[in-house]
Ligand binder design. Structure first.
Ligand code: SAM
Length: 363
């Protein structure tokens, strides 16, 4: 039996999905090709980000393409002139069959199309054989480690590397030894672990890039459900690399990690504005609210956020005031405050911890 899935502007055909891991929402179809509908937001954001940067004519690489959903959506949903060529790759022959089928289903000619190449290679070989890309999307199941080195080698100047990591149990401290081995830093399992885990991932990527005199600066980052995601811009130059390394350090007894900005706030604005104007995305409340929160928190340049429940517990505060009321109070006395996408009970603010705890105690 075949199932048709709709995502964005495209349709995907595949043998009826078999859910193999309930908790993580992992789907394999019966040909063994991976498709996870829960990751549509991940793909939505990639499209919005590429449509929000002022660069066209991109050489795009999708080294771990599976059903081809990401590349096919890029072909259908990216602005005209965005793509010079898209390179779709997977080491699985079944994935390649699925990619071809889905391209045809969406009426995209791939034979003799100068805009598209399809290859059935190991992703590392695929990257190394290439002449380089302006955008590389590493979207594996688990850790992205196995592909980082060659992706960075092949990332063009001012190019963007997009990285997904689904091994959050290492990055957030459930398995600290795994984090030390794989990400060269000590994690901490606590209220802000998703932010510190993401910052540990960023530093690991930056250290690999530093070897090649490439400074990879995060322009958009987030953590959601079972995964983390970061987009980094390649700014070449020894001084930029040195500046990046200076911003590595410990925070909250965890790290070392990236202590610089997780977002380019102007880009966050453009992504949000493009989303609310776009007919595919504007009615997707989940996506719009998510982008709105990130847009607001990106303006506040702090490392870490405050978990209000955690502060109340530590200070024996019985009654917690409403988050909106509290944020307004903070703003009235001259501090910045916003929600954080990392946690519902969290606020991001530049008010010092003791001041905030005292304010909460007074209520
Ligand atoms: C998580 S899926 C990719 C999902 C896809 N990016 C999406 O948006 O739906 C990972 C894919 O990577 C492929 N893969 C894993 N290791 C690979 C390697 N070393 N070289 C090439 N493909 C690989 C698998 O066959 C699988 O299709």
């Amino acid at each position: 039996m075949e199932t048709i899935a709709n995502e964005g502007l495209i349709r995907l055909k595949m043998p009826t999905a078999e859910k193999i891991s309930k908790g993580m929402g992992v789907f394999y179809n019966s040909m063994g090709v991976f498709y996870n509908p829960a990751m549509s937001l991940n793909r939505d954001i990639s499209i919005l980000l590429l449509n929000s940067i002022n660069k066209n004519n991109l050489q795009i690489a999708d080294p771990l393409a599976a059903t081809g959903v990401r590349s096919i959506r890029f072909l259908k949903e990216l602005n005209k002139d965005k793509i010079k060529k898209i390179h779709i790759n997977d080491h699985s022959q079944d994935a390649i069959k699925s990619i071809r089928k889905n391209l045809m289903l969406n009426k995209i000619r791939y034979k003799d199309n100068p805009k598209i190449t399809i290859s059935n290679e190991d992703a590392n070989l695929f990257l190394l054989k290439s002449t380089g890309f302006d955008y590389i999307d590493i979207d594996p199941f688990g850790s992205p480690n196995f592909l980082l080195n060659n992706a960075i080698i092949r990332l063009a100047r001012n190019g963007i590397l997009a990285v997904t990591a689904t091994d959050t149990s290492a990055l957030c401290g459930t398995f600290p030894k795994a984090c030390i081995r794989k990400y060269w830093a000590v994690p901490k399992k606590d209220a802000i672990m998703h932010e510190t885990g993401l910052r540990i991932l960023v530093r690991k990527i930056q250290l690999i890039a530093a070897q090649y005199d490439k400074a990879l600066i995060p322009v958009f980052s987030y953590s959601k459900e079972h995964y983390m995601r970061v987009f980094l811009k390649n700014e070449k130059g020894k001084n930029k690399v040195d500046d990046t390394l200076k911003q590595h350090g410990k925070f909250n007894d965890a790290g070392p990690m990236w202590l610089g900005d997780l977002w380019d706030d102007q880009l966050c604005n453009r992504i949000f504005n493009n989303a609310i104007k776009n007919k595919i995305f504007k009615n997707n409340k989940n996506l719009i609210n998510f982008l709105k929160t990130i847009k607001e928190e990106s303006k506040i340049k702090t490392v870490g956020f405050y978990d209000l429940h955690d502060i109340c517990e530590r200070n024996s505060i019985k009654k917690l005031q409403k988050k909106e009321i509290l944020m307004n109070k903070l703003k009235k006395i001259g501090y910045q405050a916003s929600e954080t996408h990392f946690k519902g009970e969290g606020i991001r603010s530049n008010m010092p911890y003791l001041k905030l705890a005292n304010l909460l105690k007074k209520e």
